[in-house]
Write a protein that binds this ligand. Structure first.
Ligand SMILES: Cc1ncc(COP(=O)(O)O)c(C=O)c1O
Length: 507
């Protein structure tokens, strides 16, 4: 029998699919299962092991993500061996392994990110690393006034428990903002959450409840989502991106293979790449998702930060099949610290989502909700948005100009039409982003390394730079230091590093 040596621990100290994957990995790596060995069909193996077929499907998916097996449509799953050679149109191989597959890589990526953020916060460091908006534009005085007004007006009411779905007048104000974007929504359809992150989390809790769930993500993708998936042991299935965002042409095959519970996308000003998905691709995405009945979670965190033209219609506004969940918030546009976001969901799920919110943290701070409502009603928000858009556009342009001057000729980037990030791909044959980070920190400049944003550990040569957080003169200085660090590293590593063959650009 294929699995005569496998004893599964049904006490669930480790998920069954991971146990199956562990066993296969060990046999592949030891050479017991040679390259080109055809693995048993998932149904057959599931029967042999006495487990659900999904367990085997997920185990194979796990190994496929690690490059140890490959699925050939209509033929089966084959061992590629420990040294897989990639077809030229696949994502590049994983030059920096952030750890073994146990525990899953995001814990390692998250840990690495925490350490890098700690270094980035040291005095004197110009940091392009964090995802924070500029502190100088947070409207402190307006919020002080709003909080005082609310306490004077509502007294203890503002400090009491209230409905888990949120403070109704705030839900109403948010509904108005969304109606202006052609989204048909009522106040009662809106769930107030603790930031956009919780809106995403609650959606996952309702739609991807089993450990065996798979979720489609962009490759690369928002790190906070990868961390959430990792903590829930949900498998992220990365779909490559091109300059128009998620490669919808690859989606159908992925849906058929992985049966995902959800597709998560950020169509506007994507984190980390800054890419915007054009209208045609949005429609194609909706069409495929509706055809297979897979819900979409649309993250609109950066939508209001547009610099060149009004944002395109959201997936939610184009959704005629009732499959789009929309998560948004005020963290990047206004103020992260009050922790207010929202979720708009198909109405039949509203009750379950509210119940999940209640179980998670009972409710979002009533004082903060009322203060935000007072602020939105004061009419300052559109003025504030114009101020930050103007400032961030100037900062984006300052960073682009500095990169033009100080970065190597072979580095690639594109101008994002909004958001707060620039994604830069350094030459594949040169030092990795991690190596650059370790040199750059000595020059007192920091950024985020690309591989932490990847479900598959790709993008070892990519950097994410936040252009919004520093004034233009600091941006110029920071990029100059980064250019110097690159040159120093290159001079050092030329004698140490064998050139690697160039691999294909994903973006
Ligand atoms: C795409 C995306 N979604 C959600 C969040 C979390 O936002 P919030 O602070 O509103 O929870 C972030 C923060 O970086 C983000 O980049």
């Amino acid at each position: 029998m294929f699995f005569s040596r496998l004893e599964l621990d049904r006490d669930k100290s480790r998920a069954l699919y991971l146990q199956v994957a562990d066993h296969l990995r060990q046999r592949i790596e030891s050479g017991d299962l040679a390259s080109e060995t055809r693995l048993p069909a998932s149904r057959v193996l599931a029967k042999q092991l006495g487990v659900n077929r999904v367990t085997v499907v997920n185990a194979y998916a796990e190994l496929e993500a690690e490059g140890l097996v490959t699925t050939r449509v209509g033929s089966g799953t084959y061992v590629t061996g420990p040294h897989q050679s990639h077809a030229p149109d696949e994502p590049p191989p994983i030059p920096v392994r952030l750890g073994s597959s146990q525990p899953r890589r995001h814990w390692d990526a998250g840990h690495m990110m925490t350490e890098m953020m700690r270094l980035a916060r040291q005095p004197g460091v110009i940091s392009f690393a964090a995802g924070t908006p500029a502190s100088e534009f947070i409207p402190v005085n307006e919020f002080r006034r709003a909080i005082n007004d609310v306490l004077r007006r509502d007294g203890a009411e503002a400090l009491q428990y209230e409905e888990a779905a949120g403070y109704f007048p705030l839900r109403d104000s948010i509904a108005e903002l969304l109606q202006a974007q052609a989204i048909e929504v009522k106040a009662s359809d809106i769930l107030i959450t603790a930031g956009c992150q919780q809106a995403v989390d609650i959606t996952l809790r309702v739609l991807a409840r089993s450990e065996h769930s798979a979720l489609v993500v962009e490759e690369p993708c928002y790190l906070g989502l990868l961390d959430l998936l990792s903590s829930r042991r949900i498998t992220p299935v990365g779909v490559p991106m091109d300059e128009q965002g998620l490669r919808v042409d690859q989606l159908e095959q992925i849906i058929l293979r992985h049966r995902p519970s959800l597709i998560y996308v950020t169509p506007n000003f994507h984190n980390p790449t800054g890419i915007t998905m054009p209208l045609g691709r949005r429609q194609a995405l909706l069409e495929i998702a509706a055809r297979y009945g897979v819900p979409i979670l649309e993250d609109t965190t950066y939508d209001e930060l547009y610099y060149d033209h009004q944002p395109l219609p959201t997936l939610k506004s184009l959704d005629t099949a009732g499959i789009v969940f929309q998560a948004g918030g005020f963290s990047k546009t206004l103020v992260p610290g009050i922790r207010i976001g929202y979720l708009v969901a198909p109405s039949q799920l509203q009750e379950r989502l509210v119940a999940t919110k209640q179980t998670t943290d009972i409710l979002t701070s009533p004082l903060n909700q009322r203060a935000l409502h007072a602020y939105l009603e004061s009419g300052h928000f559109p003025i504030h948005l114009k101020t930050v858009r103007d400032a961030y556009r100037t900062r984006r342009d300052a960073m682009l100009a500095a990169m033009q001057q100080h970065f190597p000729l072979e580095a690639c980037w594109r101008c994002p039409a909004g958001g707060i990030y620039l994604w830069v791909e350094m030459p594949q044959h040169g030092p990795t982003a991690t190596e650059l980070y370790l040199t750059a920190i000595n020059y007192n400049v920091a950024f985020s390394i690309g591989s932490v944003f990847s479900a598959g550990g790709y993008f070892a040569h990519a950097l994410r730079l936040n252009f919004a957080g520093c004034p233009p003169d600091e941006i110029e200085e920071g990029i100059r230091r980064l250019g110097k660090a690159w040159k120093e590293l290159l001079a050092r590593s030329n004698t140490l590093v064998e050139p690697r063959p160039a691999s294909v650009h994903i973006l």
